[in-house]
Design a binder for this molecule. Structure first.
Ligand SMILES: [Zn+2]
Length: 216
């Protein structure tokens, strides 16, 4: 990467600048959690139940978005956002990570991403790069002018990245549709005083409904 090169996050459009730098907010949340539950090592158990306060706070840290594909509650109902283990139990064992339910291994994902990568296997060399909390994904994936998510050229030969791209189904047409809906909705929010915005809203409403009815 060239110095000063601006890295565009494929999960964001030009009308919104979502902050995927999670470390500070996650640490604050975890410290607060530890004060309330000093003895537990199973963070996952508290965060997973959809109606728990911890779950709501956790999703908020992730901007109510899937950390992998970027889809948000602007498009999908909150019930389709899940608390995901980045590495499965068997993968944790392989990498000598003792606690699969520790906060560092827990992220927020949409159900399509979560189910796809359930048994994703990553070599040790790329765990740091491919952990979604490390905010390296914009260096790995990019979105082209036709809204397709692609692997960046520099990683096209990397089997760990190719496999992650495949299991996350980042080439699925729904990814493009979700991005388009979010971009149009953000445009309408920014231009809310403009007549055009209300017309666009009317146009996308049936598309949004169709997406929600076919959500997985
Ligand atoms: Zn997703």
């Amino acid at each position: 990467m060239m110095i000063n090169e601006v890295v565009v996050d494929y999960r964001c459009n030009k009308y919104c600048n979502i902050d995927f730098t999670l470390a500070k907010r996650k640490t604050e949340f975890y410290n607060e959690f530890r004060e309330k539950h000093p003895r537990t090592s199973n963070f996952y158990r508290y965060v997973r139940p959809r109606k728990s306060i911890e779950n709501k706070k956790f999703r908020k840290i992730y901007n109510n978005r899937c950390v992998y594909c970027g889809v948000s509650t602007q498009v999908l109902p909150a019930t389709l956002f899940e608390v995901d283990h980045f590495l499965s139990q068997s993968e944790c064992k392989k990498h000598s990570i003792e606690n699969v339910n520790y906060i560092d291994n827990i992220v927020c994902a949409c159900s399509l991403c979560n189910r796809g990568k359930s048994n994703y296997s990553c070599s040790n060399d790329y765990i740091e790069l491919l952990h979604p909390d490390k905010n390296q994904y914009p260096l790995v994936f990019e979105r082209d002018k036709r809204y397709n998510v692609k692997i960046k050229e520099v990683h096209l030969e990397n089997p760990d990245i190719i496999e992650l791209y495949r299991v996350l189904k980042l080439d699925n047409e729904l990814r493009r549709l979700d991005y388009l809906i979010m971009e149009l909705k953000d445009f309408c929010t920014i231009h809310s005083d403009d007549k055009l915005a209300s017309q666009i809203k009317e146009i996308i409403e049936p598309i949004e409904q169709h997406r929600r009815d076919n959500s997985i």
